[in-house]
Each structure stands twice: as C-alpha cells, then as structure tokens.
Design a protein around this ligand. Structure first.
Ligand SMILES: Cc1cc2nc3c(=O)[nH]c(=O)nc-3n(C[C@H](O)[C@H](O)[C@H](O)COP(=O)(O)OP(=O)(O)OC[C@H]3O[C@@H](n4cnc5c(N)ncnc54)[C@H](O)[C@@H]3O)c2cc1C
Length: 138
C-alpha cells in the first residue's frame, strides 16, 4: 500500500479525499485523520507536500487506538467459557463422558473475533455432529 500511495499522491490530479477513498478507508476515519493533520481533504493530491505525504502515510499505516472500556453484556456478541473442548470428540462433537450427547456452537468453550468465525463454528460443529449421528444410524 505504501509505495502505491506514494506514487498516487505524487501523481494524478485527483482530490485527496477521493484518492484516499480508493483504499476502502471509512470516510469518517479518513476525514478525521486529515483533520488531525490539518490537511484539507479537498485539495488536489499534487498539492500535497512531502511532509504531509509522509504524515498521511504514517497515520494510515501505524494508526493505533487506546481502548477506554469494553462494551456491556447487552452489546456482547459472543460468550466465553462453556463445555471444555477436551471433553468432546472434535470430529463428531460427541461427549467423551456421555455417548450420544453432542455439544455444538457457543455452548462449547470456544470463541473467536467477530467477523463470522463464531457463526461459522456453530454451523460447522452442527454439520460434524449431524454427519456423525447419521453414520451411527447406518
Ligand atoms: C448481537 C449479536 C451479533 C453477532 N454477530 C456475529 C457476527 O457478526 N459473526 C459471528 O460469527 N457471530 C456473531 N454473533 C455470534 C453468533 O450469533 C453465535 O456465536 C451463534 O449464533 C451461536 O450459535 P448457537 O447455535 O451455538 O447458539 P444460538 O444461536 O444462541 O442458539 C441457541 C438457541 O437455543 C435456544 N434455547 C436456549 N435455551 C433453550 C431451552 N431451554 N430450550 C429450548 N431452546 C433453548 C435459544 O432460544 C436459541 O435459539 C453475534 C451474536 C450476537 C448476540
């Protein structure tokens, strides 16, 4: 991204905001960064000087945030804890303690970042259990 961005900032006669939007950066974040840097988003990329170019790139690449606090239980998207994974056969999701008892999804002690991992695990663990149950019936 860095080299591409340097090239583009040096190059075309495009408004800075429009040019940076090509990198799928949310507009509010982009405008905030430029405002923090005192750079006018409506100026043309060819008018951005070397110092400004460097600070834009540094801010986009090294942007870090301090987390003030976590959200409450009301806004939580996944629970931690649950049935210990070692007590379950990961191929069939069947309990190692009580045969024919299956554990799936969030009831297990497994959690991932938001972005589809948890729901995917719920579906995948269910599919594994269904396959195992169907095989048992044969
Ligand atoms: C607001 C929110 C946003 C989320 N966003 C994402 C996301 O973007 N990506 C992602 O991967 N995950 C997301 N998740 C997490 C994801 O939805 C869960 O991990 C997933 O749905 C877990 O599936 P599950 O079948 O294990 O449990 P659940 O989907 O919770 O299903 C359990 C079901 O059991 C029922 N039930 C409970 N008790 C009983 C009972 N005694 N008798 C009969 N039925 C009962 C419940 O009503 C429920 O329908 C989100 C969760 C929330 C709350």
């Amino acid at each position: 991204m860095e080299n591409d961005l340097i090239f583009k900032l040096n190059g075309p006669r495009k408004k800075l905001k429009n040019l940076l939007s090509e990198y799928n950066i949310p507009e509010r974040l982009l405008l905030n960064i430029l405002s923090e840097l005192n750079i006018d988003p409506s100026k043309f990329s060819s008018e951005v000087n070397k110092k400004e170019r460097k600070s834009i790139i540094r801010n986009l690449i090294e942007l870090s945030f301090k987390i003030d606090q976590l959200g409450s239980y009301k806004t939580a998207m996944v629970t931690k804890g649950g049935v210990a994974l070692m007590k379950v056969n990961p191929k069939t999701m069947e309990s190692r303690m009580l045969p024919s008892l299956y554990f799936l999804g969030e009831v297990l002690d497994i959690d991932g970042d938001t972005g589809g991992f948890n729901i995917q695990f719920a579906f995948s663990s269910a599919a594994s259990a269904i396959d195992a149950i169907n095989l048992k019936k044969i």
